[in-house]
Design a protein around this ligand. Structure first.
Ligand code: ADP
Length: 338
């Protein structure tokens, strides 16, 4: 099959570097003689036929910008067969022979469905959480971590002046990659990870257990003469499961320890800002690779990075994989992290 036109969409949560990926896809495709259509707001734009033609010049000046020039959305209709069919019909109607989907696991499931409906799709991993199993790296992870690290460095300045404890909530719904690396990079006294859930333990029980572990760690430090502390907590442990806000956690820890403790939720600032070099280069390499596959008419693939090399694999196979936090890093943190 000769591929004349490809589409690009960004879906699910945005991440820094999505624009750099869009740019690489457009430029590689156009230079291969393939036309490109940008699809607005994820799968919703595909269902609505909300497209724009993209040429080399349309993606200039975006490599350094956070967010996504195409917008993104969570589209409930696309989870139904009728929505998938409508999206596939629109692809055929507008001559879209293949599609690059930049997003997370949910977006890849959609890309798998659409591939089965006859439209070859290639997924690119775009999420700050680094929680996609078939790749060692996801676009946005490095920038998000650096944003969080710089914010915690700033909080630490004032914490040190006032001899306080800062409890900082970072993103991480299912995986503690951001929390772990940011915790190490900021010398956190304790890192609360989503993975830290004991068998049979409810989110509330986990919260209470972790709170006690934090209080014990702080008291231990206090007895040794330590006067300021930072604690990094992944959102899964606190606000995401509606167990407590990080501010409430801070107050409870203050009651337990007598240490002046303040809670800060970093929230969406972690999803914004100019992508780091790491994210721009990863996005460019993966975006280039997606076109190399798609121009052969091959779909149902997801692009990933392993040992610094970009590769692709079957979407369903990728979705069935599991990813764990690096044991060595966890161990190193326990020994020298704080
Ligand atoms: P992410 O891609 O970041 O994991 P979501 O899980 O919110 O984000 O998924 C983004 C979009 O992908 C959803 O709004 C929906 O349109 C589509 N999607 C998610 N799960 C499925 C599924 N099981 N089947 C088809 N489409 C899906």
């Amino acid at each position: 099959m000769e591929v004349k036109t490809i589409g690009i969409l960004t879906s699910g949560g945005d991440s820094q570097g999505m624009n750099a990926a869009i740019r690489a896809i457009v430029r590689n495709a156009v230079r291969c003689g393939i036309k490109v259509k940008g699809i607005f707001d994820g799968y919703q734009g595909l269902i609505d036929g909300n497209f724009i033609d993209l040429d080399i010049g349309d993606v200039s000046g975006i490599i350094q910008k956070g967010g996504t020039m195409l917008g993104t959305a969570r589209c409930v209709a696309f989870k139904e067969q009728a929505g998938i069919q409508k999206a596939a019909d629109n692809c055929r109607k507008f001559g879209i022979d293949g599609l690059v989907v930049i997003g997370g696991d949910g977006s890849f499931r959609g890309a798998g469905d659409l591939s089965r409906a006859g439209i070859p799709c290639v997924g690119l991993p775009g999420t700050i959480d680094n929680d996609i199993a078939c790749t060692e790296y996801t676009i946005g992870f490095d920038t998000a971590m650096n944003v969080a690290m710089e914010a915690i460095d700033k909080i630490r300045d004032t914490i040190t002046s006032h001899h306080r404890c800062a409890i900082v909530e970072v993103m991480g719904a299912r995986a503690g990659w951001v929390a772990l690396e940011v915790g190490i990079a900021t010398g956190a006294s304790y890192i609360a990870l989503p993975e830290n859930l004991l068998p049979g333990e409810s989110p509330k029980e986990r919260y209470e257990r972790i709170k006690k572990e934090i209080a014990d760690r702080l008291k231990e430090g206090q007895e040794k003469g330590r006067k300021n502390f930072t604690v990094v907590v992944a959102e899964a442990v606190t606000s995401l499961n509606k167990v407590a806000t990080v501010e409430e956690m801070a107050e409870e820890i203050m009651d337990m320890t007598g240490i002046d403790t303040r809670g800060t939720c970093l929230g969406h600032i972690q999803r914004g800002g100019s992508p780091t070099l790491r994210d721009r280069v990863a996005a460019t390499r993966m975006g280039y690779h997606a076109v190399q596959i798609l121009k052969e008419g091959i779909g149902n693939r997801v692009v990933g990075e392993k040992n610094g090399v970009v590769y692709d694999m079957d979407i369903q196979e990728g979705l069935s994989m599991k990813k764990y936090l690096p044991e060595d890093l966890l161990d190193i943190w326990r020994k020298v992290g704080y």
